[in-house]
Design a binder for this molecule. Structure first.
Ligand code: F6P
Length: 525
């Protein structure tokens, strides 16, 4: 048995769970008049209400003990010092440096001059683009910018560019392309003019097949109209840690924005990977985003465990995954602008902690990251809330709700009323006497994160909150949250399979099922 599963805190939580499982949220609220206040936290305008969870003071005391036992404060200090916490790749995970105003990170040297220089380069580029000074091969101002990237080089900027669309500044329109299916690029380019279209190729490694294929297609699209001139390079910028790769695509060196091996792809939106965000809302808004994240970093670094928002969220996740057997968590932002937030969190949480081997190379005997899924409310209510309310699975929910933004249109209030109604119905149910098919059992847990307004600063705090939550879970589950070896094998397999699908090609040795499918796909009619 693993050390974790044998530990005192773990066993105490397992015993305590039996008592809590027998209590309802109605009873827990009735027993403690101050429950809502006791189980809520606020930092930098972000309120977390976690009172609708199946916990009491003793649960939180035991969960705190678990965090202490796993040396969470020491792990936090190590990450902020720039220690190589990514042990399988021997690297630091210094995304906090990207939004820092500190001088140095003792274990990683002074990365700040490079970070500041990159931000300056971003500011100049954004300024150029927004005042119409970014010009293509024939001298016309650029009107459209297409971000080509995938995973961390797509999900963060895409989600934030949408979330901040209300703050849009005059300048080129933004488009996003991720899928290797040419339909994605084709749809983005429909109606665009090659002479006034610009591409940002975002890839930390500059070896990702989808991104390189789309970049090559983009280049061919430009060439078809503008010809093979040297001026084509004026239509490209790159964000990468592989400057040579960008040069091979013909990106001019002064348009290559740096990335570093100490930033993981899914933690990189704070770097020049966030260019589309700055191009949407302006560089000042991007700096405000960084400030919001920095405020959350400070909270995470200094707040005591029991009042530390990322730690509390992580402990609640562990409580349900490991002691109630929950296999998934839903994320439901009540905001069209935040519609892409669940997809962003999927990569952050599942790529980071979807692992079954611990830091010491041993297979774990406890569950790790749950499936993260969700969609924007209120449409989600008419899709999957039935299962949340009356289904057989225990699915904790994170509701993200935006407070009043000053104008009373009735619509904002309706949105908020729906969000609050959902969390209340999940928690307290509805007995519907005599009509069991109508009864809502309640006792279904949720967190509510209330952002006063959807500003760049608030978003910075929200994202950093989840980044740190993931880190704390990794510390307790004894995982390296910063590698993603599971993704690598199938990338190589796709490479080996491709020749078998191409005319006259021969595939690598295949399992019978894959062989059958491949043979059928080779049939041309
Ligand atoms: O999906 C695997 C992955 O390595 C992610 O971690 C990363 O965000 C994505 O591919 C894209 O990688 P790159 O930025 O190097 O193209």
């Amino acid at each position: 048995m693993s050390k974790l599963a044998q530990s005192h805190a773990w066993r105490a939580l397992a015993a305590h769970q039996k008592r809590i499982a027998a209590a309802s949220l109605r009873e827990l609220f009735a027993a403690d008049a101050s429950r809502a206040g006791r189980f809520s936290l606020e930092t930098d305008g972000l309120l977390l209400d976690y009172s609708k969870h199946r916990i009491d003071a003793e649960t939180m005391r035991l969960l705190r003990e678990l965090a202490v036992q796993a040396q969470v404060p020491a792990w936090i200090a190590r990450m902020f010092a720039g220690d190589p916490v990514n042990n399988t790749e021997g690297r630091a995970a210094l995304h906090v440096a990207l939004r820092s105003d500190r001088a140095a990170f003792p274990e990683s040297g002074d990365v700040m001059p490079a970070v500041r220089a990159s931000r300056e380069l971003m500011r100049r580029f954004v300024d150029e683009a927004q005042r119409g000074a970014l010009r293509g091969a024939d001298g016309r101002p650029i009107t459209d910018i297409v971000n080509i990237g995938i995973g961390g080089s797509d999900l963060g900027p895409r989600m934030l560019a949408r979330a901040l669309r209300k703050f849009r500044k005059p300048g080129p329109r933004l488009h996003f392309v991720a899928n290797t299916d040419p339909a994605d690029l084709d749809a983005a380019l429909a109606g665009l003019a090659p002479g006034t279209t610009f591409f940002i190729v975002a890839s930390k490694s500059f070896t990702t097949a989808e991104t390189l294929d789309n970049a090559a297609r983009a280049r061919a699209w430009l060439e078809a109209t503008l010809g093979k001139s040297a001026g084509l390079s004026r239509h490209f910028a790159a964000v990468t840690a592989n400057a040579a790769g960008a040069a091979a695509l013909g990106v001019p060196p002064d348009r290559v924005f740096p990335m570093w091996d100490w930033v993981g792809g899914r933690y990189s939106v704070w770097s020049a990977v966030g260019l589309p965000v700055a191009l949407t809302a302006g560089m000042d808004a991007f700096e405000e985003l960084l400030e919001g994240a920095r405020a959350m970093d400070e909270h995470f670094r200094t707040a005591p465990i029991e009042r530390n928002m990322p730690v509390v969220l992580a402990l609640l996740e562990i409580w349900y995954v490991n002691f109630f057997g929950a296999g998934s968590r839903a994320v439901i932002p009540y905001s069209e602008d935040l519609r892409d937030f669940p997809a962003y969190l999927q990569q952050l949480e599942m790529e980071s902690n979807g692992k079954r081997v611990d830091r010491d190379g041993n297979e774990v005997d406890y569950d790790t990251a749950p499936v993260v899924w969700g969609a924007a409310g209120t449409p989600s209510q008419h899709a999957f809330h039935q299962l949340l309310h009356q289904g057989t699975h225990l699915i904790p929910v994170d509701f993200v709700v935006i407070g009043h933004d000053g104008e009373s249109s009735g619509a904002r209030e309706a949105l908020a009323a729906n969000a609050l109604a959902q969390s209340s119905a999940l928690a307290f149910g509805d007995p519907a006497p005599g009509a069991p098919h109508k009864a809502l059992p309640g006792n279904r847990p949720s967190s509510t994160l209330l952002l006063k307004r959807l500003t760049p600063r608030a978003l910075g705090g929200l994202i950093a909150l989840y980044e740190h939550k993931v880190f704390v879970e990794g510390a307790i589950w004894n995982l390296n949250s910063f590698d993603q070896w599971g993704v690598e094998h199938s990338k190589n397999l796709a490479r080996a399979l491709l020749p078998g699908l191409l005319e006259g090609g021969k595939a690598a040795e295949l399992d019978p099922s894959t062989g059958l499918l491949l043979a059928r796909m080779r049939e041309r009619d």
